[in-house]
Design a protein around this ligand. Structure first.
Ligand SMILES: [Zn+2]
Length: 224
């Protein structure tokens, strides 16, 4: 997730944080913010902010300040442990949240295979591909208990939306699909052909491509 804030928004949040952490009197904060003390108190939304300030765990919180109403709302994003897979030339990172999501999508589609587009960030400097999320299976996909061919319906629009929301940081990085009951996540000969095809397409732009396979008990990641 990418969040941008204006200097004004940031300084307002700093002031509020100072009050919450008792580094600044509410009266002085109100003066700086050109608000009454009562308005300043309302901005602090005490329950959310105190929790954030006094928690020891890692947290990701997005604070959104509304210039018109002057309110600040805090949104918390759940964090999960990160899984790091060394595939040779590239390290692929994703978190337990995404892993559970893929397992759940697989489970719901059984006995058929399912899959879709993987969204992520390709970092050439660190040779790392971070998997961020997946798009839902397009409606024109073809799935059976032994195969999955992703459709194209709505893909372009969804990708453009992701690019716009993230300032083009997050983009298509590859495809994933599930394997049915009784099979491991090992790539089949059809899968080998698929990764070649994806690689040809992505290598035009000098980009690597990820193929991720989800089975009941394992996940296989191939980068080409
Ligand atoms: Zn497969």
């Amino acid at each position: 997730m990418l969040v941008t804030m204006s200097d004004k928004e940031l300084s307002r949040i700093n002031v509020i944080q100072s009050v919450v952490e008792k580094r600044m009197h509410r009266r002085d904060a109100a003066h700086q913010l050109a608000l009454t003390e009562r308005q300043t108190q309302r901005l602090m939304n005490p329950r959310q902010l105190r929790q954030n300030v006094f928690s020891d765990n890692d947290r990701l919180c997005v604070w959104v300040s509304d210039d018109i109403s002057g309110t600040v709302n805090a949104y918390e994003i759940e964090l999960f442990p990160v899984i790091s897979v060394d595939t040779g030339e590239w390290t692929v990172k994703y978190d337990l949240g995404l892993m559970h999501k893929l397992q759940q999508i697989r489970q719901l589609a059984l006995p058929n295979e399912t899959g879709g587009t993987i969204l992520g960030v390709t970092d050439f400097k660190n040779r790392t591909i971070v998997l961020v999320d997946v798009l839902p299976e397009p409606a024109d996909s073809k799935s059976s208990p032994t195969s999955f061919v992703r459709g194209e319906e709505g893909q372009q629009e969804s990708l453009e939306r992701v690019q716009r929301l993230t300032g083009r940081v997050v983009d298509y990085v590859g495809d994933w699909h599930s394997h049915p009951q009784g099979y491991t996540a090992k790539a089949s000969s059809e899968d080998e052909k698929l990764i070649e095809k994806l690689h040809l397409k992505m290598s035009v732009d000098g980009l690597p491509v990820v193929m991720l396979i989800v089975a009941k008990d394992d996940i296989n990641i191939v980068v080409k």
